[in-house]
Design a binder for this molecule. Structure first.
Ligand code: FEO
Length: 448
């Protein structure tokens, strides 16, 4: 590529294709032909290996890639088991690629794509979601396959241009709710899914296979280990916590929008769900859809008590340890405790969606709520947590203010009941306050 061409020009050119380049005068057609071999991703010669691909069902292939090096998803959420960026190819009279991958795995992705296409042209790139973990390879796809049309919502095309300076006005097919695209044997129907998890999102349904390409919905954290299908693993035991943590933290804020899409999905004959992260579903779909319905409605999955505490020298922790013992003595079996300074908030957010009763205990710090607890409560506010019963306990050596402020934050949450009494300790629990903890334990059990 010519050295004088800046990145922006190159990306514009990438979208416009060689003809567009020549037309803009940035680069003459002859020069482009001469220098084509020097392009960093010339294609088949470079990516001639055997792709790590697997058939999903007739004509549909998985070309996604897992990343086990990444530490933080969205640079926020710890993912010790990595993550999979799913992408799919439909081979029909026309070929279609459904979404791409994160920039960290494009090398393997193009190897997979090249292997599956096996010399065929790519006719369509379907963009269900424009977040860069799925769209970072789009520019390169458009260069490699200059005849491919981009099928997406108008909103997606605008975001594509914002992120990657890709103007697809000359090769975009902008679809709306219910629009269809015929590939030969397969006809695809597009289902708008705004705010699941960005405004431009759509899903794609294939009438022949019953596959719903569901974008972020029904996804999960965790790299895939050969087993692409949820029925090939013990999903409930080994993966449900990751799926829950993914949903609650990534999509949890948008419960009403998820409910709206679930309602639309109920009208489709879905046989398989192909999300953009994690396992593909081809069995037991109803069970997982029901989980989504619960999460989207902010209904607790389990009758139990989550105790999240922030303790500086251990005295606040001691108070809630005693409370937990008292709950256990009263027959509560399902108790989960988290030290907010130790456990990443994303795990506690997931448990807050799971349990019906929540206890928040924190020391006062700088005249406010102990910082990690303050962050957790704001995080829960941001994720629209609702329909819970909650108790608070605070600690303060000379001015216990955290309890009042925690309750002010909790008051923002819809349909939540505060359980009395609110307990406030001064530095350390006193013998006289044991009866307060008994009263709180009784009240929690009575409300469960
Ligand atoms: Fe996996 Fe909203 O992107």
């Amino acid at each position: 590529m010519s050295k004088e061409i800046g990145r922006r020009d190159f990306l514009k050119a990438a979208v416009a294709g060689a003809a567009g380049l020549a037309a803009t005068g940035v680069l003459g057609g002859a020069a482009f032909a001469d220098e084509k071999d020097a392009m960093p991703f010339e294609g088949k010669k470079k990516f001639a290996g055997i792709g790590s691909v697997r058939e999903v069902t007739d004509d549909i292939y998985y070309v996604g890639v897992s990343d086990r090096r990444i530490q933080l998803f969205e640079n926020v959420y710890p993912i010790p088991r990595g993550v999979a960026y799913n992408s799919y190819v439909i081979l029909d009279e026309k070929t279609a690629l459904v979404d791409t991958v994160d920039r960290s795995v494009t090398g393997q992705f193009f190897e997979n794509l090249t292997a599956v296409l096996d010399g065929r042209e790519l006719d369509y790139l379907i963009v269900n979601h424009m977040e860069p973990d799925h769209s970072s390879a789009i520019s390169e796809v458009l260069v490699r396959y200059p005849n491919a049309k981009v099928v997406c919502t108008m909103a997606a095309s605008l975001i594509l241009n914002q992120f990657f300076a890709c103007d697809i006005s000359d090769r975009g097919i902008f679809v709306r709710e219910g629009d269809t695209l015929n590939l030969g044997r397969h006809t695809l129907t597009f289902v708008q899914a705004p705010m699941v998890h960005w405004p431009e999102v759509m899903m794609t349904f294939d009438d022949v296979s019953g596959v719903l390409f569901s974008a972020d919905a029904f996804g999960s954290f965790g790299a895939l280990n050969g087993n692409l299908f949820a029925d090939e693993v013990d999903f409930e035991k080994d993966w449900l916590p990751d799926a829950r943590r993914y949903y609650c933290n990534i999509v949890g804020k948008y419960g009403p929008q998820v409910q709206a899409v679930l309602k639309k999905a109920a009208g489709l004959e879905i046989a398989r769900i192909c999300p953009l992260h994690g396992f593909i579903w081809r069995q037991n779909l109803g069970w997982f859809i029901e989980k989504y319905a619960q999460w989207a409605a902010y209904e607790a999955e389990e009758k139990g008590v989550l105790i999240a505490y922030g303790s500086i020298y251990g005295h606040t922790q001691n108070a809630v340890e005693i409370l937990a013992l008292k709950l256990a003595e009263r027959g509560v079996k399902n108790i989960k405790m988290h030290d907010v300074s130790v456990t990443h908030a994303s795990y506690i957010v997931a448990d807050a969606f799971k349990f019906g009763t929540l206890v928040f205990a924190a020391a006062t710090y700088n005249g406010g709520i102990f910082t990690p607890m303050d962050n957790l409560l704001r995080d829960l506010t941001a994720h629209n947590l609702q329909n819970r019963r909650m108790a608070t306990l605070d600690n303060g050596t000379w001015a216990a203010l955290a309890g009042k402020q925690m309750r002010e934050e909790i008051a923002k949450w819809k349909n939540c009941t505060v359980i009395e009494p609110q307990i406030s300790i001064k530095s350390a629990l006193t013998d006289a306050q044991q009866s307060d903890l008994d009263a709180l334990a009784d009240a929690i059990v009575a409300q469960m």
